[in-house]
Design a protein around this ligand. Structure first.
Ligand SMILES: C[S@@+](CC[C@H](N)C(=O)[O-])C[C@H]1O[C@@H](n2cnc3c(N)ncnc32)[C@H](O)[C@@H]1O
Ligand code: SF4
Ligand code: SF4
Length: 359
């Protein structure tokens, strides 16, 4: 069935509500993790960089072309991420190819350190709408969190490079740049320093809450996937971290101050998910709390990992096929995908979902 793109999320919601055995219309968003490699080692990151064999197993440019050929007709929004998307040498080529096939690239997540002239030009030429650059605090804090000395200056250089391309070649450019900061115990003391940075760079500012789980919840998630899908999850344990112990009063003070300053200085400010005091308190202290008791995401969006596996979200490692070997639409509408959606619909959430950024 041909569906006008902007109607797809609404129909996705509807199909969730009426529950047609996990059936979903084609996704309005595809998140493509184009690389499983990264030059940084952030404390809170769930990527497992120890498994060397993973690094060799990325979709090739030809395989990405095949995928684009299968999805271009229904024009999903595209988000590019990774581990670090600019670790690949052909990321610029991929962006330009997608743009040439009229796929709207809504967003790229990057640590910014590996952005060079070629990739900056490709970002602007491909009409990427939003470049989300991770910066976690002042220089010292950022580098302590990100595990690599000198990375802060490289990130700032990456942002300025994209801006210079926009100035020189992007007369009608629609590319916005946004600092994305993950709140944790490591950067609480200097969250407000990002207001000056965003103002100085003339970029948007966003705060994201830490995704974290404890052993008990991780065990529950692993047991659930083992019992229900006969699947051994090796990723969920990477969400265990001890960065969630925050002085919540101080966090509240900082966030209100940031809101006031951004408003005063005209800096666009975003909170992924929520910013109210009560929800924040529970998010960081109480794992029996969930902000929302259901999730539509697997009915609306697909995530393709660097080796071509089709999944729904970083917290559910169970795959419903691989786009290297099968057609995207066949997999999206296939038995395995429907089975996961039906189970999610039945259970409302899976055990690991409770600290997912989609809630
Ligand atoms: C996995 S990274 C991939 C893109 C790129 N390497 C980067 O750092 O921006 C995507 C985003 O997830 C954030 N992130 C990493 N670990 C997180 C966690 N435990 N909770 C919330 N966000 C996290 C990163 O800071 C980044 O903004
Ligand atoms: S830069 Fe991104 S992918 Fe790399 S370790 Fe940090 S959060 Fe993870
Ligand atoms: S809440 Fe669960 S199902 Fe929804 S996107 Fe997050 S991990 Fe996936």
């Amino acid at each position: 069935m041909k569906i006008i793109p902007f109607l797809r999320p609404h129909i996705g919601h509807l199909l969730y509500l009426v529950n047609r055995g996990g059936y979903a219309v084609l996704p309005h968003l595809i998140v493509l993790e184009i690389s499983n490699r990264c030059n940084l080692r952030c404390k809170m990151c769930w990527w497992n960089f120890d498994r060397k064999e993973k690094a060799k197993d990325e979709l090739t440019f030809e395989e990405i072309k095949k995928l684009v050929g299968e999805i271009k007709a229904f024009r999903p929004n595209i988000t590019i991420t990774g581990a670090e998307p600019f670790f690949r040498k052909d990321t610029a080529k991929i962006l330009l190819y997608m743009a040439d096939k009229r796929l709207p690239i809504r967003s790229i997540f990057t640590n910014g350190t590996l952005v060079n002239q070629e990739s900056a030009e490709a970002i602007v030429k491909a009409g990427v709408e939003l470049v989300q650059v991770s910066i976690d605090g002042d220089k010292d804090t950022h580098e302590k969190i990100r595990g690599v000395g000198g990375c802060y200056d490289k990130t700032i250089r990456g942002i300025k490079l994209i801006q210079s391309v926009i100035r020189e070649k992007g007369e009608n450019s629609k590319t916005d740049i946004r600092i994305n900061c993950v709140i944790s115990s490591e950067n609480l003391h200097c969250l407000d320093s990002l207001v000056d940075l965003a103002e100085g760079l003339n970029v948007q500012l966003q705060f994201q809450h830490l995704m974290w789980l404890n052993k008990e919840q991780i065990n529950r998630h692993e047991d659930f996937l083992r019992e229900r899908f006969d699947f051994e999850d090796t990723t969920i344990k990477n969400f265990e971290n001890n960065l969630q112990s925050l002085d919540l009063k101080l966090l509240e003070e900082k966030l209100r101050k940031i809101e006031q300053e951004c408003q005063k200085r005209g800096i666009p400010l975003y909170f992924l998910q929520f910013s109210d005091k009560q929800t924040i308190k529970k998010w960081y202290t109480d794992l029996s709390f969930v902000p929302r008791e259901y999730c539509f995401e697997p009915f609306l969006a697909a995530r393709i990992t660097s080796n071509g596996d089709l999944k729904f979200c970083p917290l559910i490692d169970y795959s419903y096929g691989n786009v290297k070997f099968d057609n995207f639409e066949t997999l999206w509408k296939g038995v395995r995908a429907k089975d996961i959606r039906s189970e999610l619909r039945r259970k409302s959430l899976f055990p690991g979902c409770i600290r997912c950024c989609k809630l």
